[in-house]
Design a binder for this molecule. Structure first.
Ligand SMILES: Cc1cc2nc3c(=O)[nH]c(=O)nc-3n(C[C@H](O)[C@H](O)[C@H](O)COP(=O)(O)OP(=O)(O)OC[C@H]3O[C@@H](n4cnc5c(N)ncnc54)[C@H](O)[C@@H]3O)c2cc1C
Length: 441
């Protein structure tokens, strides 16, 4: 049996940045395990990097202040500036247009955040991963290998039980860093329950993906590639925000075992005539039902059923009139629907059948405000896809090093609720790696 000092579960940005940091700190015998044959996690998706402590980073969750976040972000930025296909797309210094946009947003009841942004595009995803992998000198990659469970062996060692091509393999490890991302979040949560690792339910983000003819949004995205508008809705006092804007991008499905979600990305080389962005409503639940995961899955499964196994899409023109979109009229010229050709073939239908009224109210109120800031967003041809759900909803109680109550097991990344994006995931990986290195030496 091979025994490592540190076994990292997940080769996404959290896992890879943790490995880089452990090597830098002089730790040896490190391995990264991933169930996929190509180690990458979410690094293959789009690759927008937001360098702002308010985006994708929860300072309270990571128990760091703004200055620490800024320093860690700078470390990540330094790494990616060496990757030639990653280019800066939003420049914030002394940008008068950003200041003016902030004022218009404020007048319309929105907070506006314009982070410094870099982008490589889905078509450069593999190059991004290769770039990071080349920086790893000592770390072993155990690919096509799924971690099934973890058991404590001795006071200071764990056994990690995996399967590789149907073969059972056991590895020993002094420290474990679990960074399984969103796709492995519920597997790890079940395992955490068995290991008595303390966790509870955090908030969940539920909403839609909006796709429109890019000419309506270019004036904004030419200034800020991925603009962030945040609203506190008037009736329910809920938080709604725009997220993951893709100028010239595509709407993409995210496949799960028994449902599909919508998401979006953009290529670097080939652009579409559309822009898409997510509009999501943050939901917390309290007694008697606090399981935000089950709530999100229930919504997703409902759409799966209503859409015949696909997400649903509705034209704004139909939504306004309270009717479902239908295949026969989906591209109606009379109604100017031809102005936005969908980049993903979802099922034409009625999104109000699948989302709770409170969420629909909040999303529509916010869309009307965005339409005042960016006139044209609510053109009848604009497409509303559902469901877009961000399952970052498991919260692990950890110390400042992201170590759980079970000594020797650390967590990082989206799957553990420690980040919401590539930069945040990388930061949490670095924090955990530093914690492990301190305990190791
Ligand atoms: C379509 C799309 C577009 C996106 N665009 C952006 C963007 O532009 N900018 C941005 O910041 N974020 C974006 N994201 C989100 C981003 O991908 C994630 O925030 C980020 O990858 C999280 O990193 P992570 O390391 O926590 O997890 P991940 O990157 O998800 O990596 C986790 C890894 O763990 C592995 N794993 C899980 N369970 C096991 C197990 N039991 N055994 C072995 N391996 C396991 C998985 O195979 C996976 O490779 C996008 C996501 C999607 C889906």
């Amino acid at each position: 049996m091979n025994t490592y000092n540190v076994l990292i579960i997940g080769s996404g940005p959290a896992g890879l940045f943790a490995a880089l940091e452990l090597e830098r700190a002089g730790v040896d015998k490190i391995a990264v395990i991933d169930r996929l044959p190509y180690p990458a996690g979410g690094l293959l998706n789009d690759g927008k990097l937001n360098f702002d402590y308010r985006i994708g980073i929860d300072l309270d969750e990571l128990q760091i202040d703004r200055d620490e976040a800024q320093c860690l972000m700078e470390e990540i930025r330094q790494v990616f500036t060496g990757f030639s296909k990653c280019r800066q797309v939003t420049f914030i210094d002394r940008n008068e247009k950003i200041r003016a946009l902030g004022e218009i947003a404020g007048e319309n009841g929105a907070q506006f955040i314009a982070p410094e942004q870099w982008h490589w595009g889905t078509d450069n995803g593999r190059a991004a991963v290769d770039f990071l992998r080349k920086r790893l000198n000592k770390t072993e990659l155990l690919l096509d290998t799924t971690v099934n469970s973890i058991v404590r062996h001795h006071e200071d060692t764990f056994h990690v039980i995996c399967s590789h091509h149907r073969k059972k393999i056991r590895y020993g490890a002094k420290f474990i860093l679990a960074a399984p991302g969103r796709s492995g979040a519920y597997w790890f949560r079940d395992l955490a329950t068995k290991l008595n690792i303390h966790h509870n339910f955090g908030p969940i983000d539920v909403g839609i993906r909006v796709e429109l003819n890019r000419k309506f949004y270019d004036d904004i995205t030419d200034i800020v590639y991925d603009p962030k508008f945040i609203f506190l809705t008037s009736r329910h006092k809920d938080k709604v925000r725009t997220f993951c804007t893709n100028p010239g991008g595509r709407v993409r499905p995210e496949d799960y075992y028994d449902f599909k979600l919508v998401n979006g990305d953009a290529l670097s080389g080939r652009k579409t005539g559309n822009t898409n962005f997510a509009l999501i409503n943050t939901i917390s639940l309290t007694a008697p039902f606090s399981d935000t995961t089950a709530f999100g899955q229930m919504i997703a499964r409902q759409f799966f059923l209503l859409g015949g196994g696909k997400p649903i899409v509705q034209r704004v023109g139909d939504f306004r009139e309270g009717r479902r979109s239908a295949s026969a009229t989906f591209n109606s010229r009379n109604r100017h629907f031809e102005l936005c050709r969908p980049t993903y073939q979802a099922t034409p239908g009625d999104i109000t059948l699948g989302l709770p009224a409170r969420i629909i109210d909040n999303l529509w109120e916010s869309l009307k405000k965005i339409d005042k800031i960016v006139p044209g967003i609510l053109h009848p041809s604009t497409l509303l896809y559902a469901p877009e759900i961000k399952f970052f909803d498991t919260h692990f109680m950890t110390d400042k090093d992201l170590e759980t109550n079970v000594g020797g097991i650390f967590v990082a990344g989206d799957g553990a609720g420690k980040s919401r994006g590539i930069v945040g995931a990388g930061i949490s990986g670095i924090i955990a790696a530093r914690g492990i290195a301190r305990k190791y030496f």
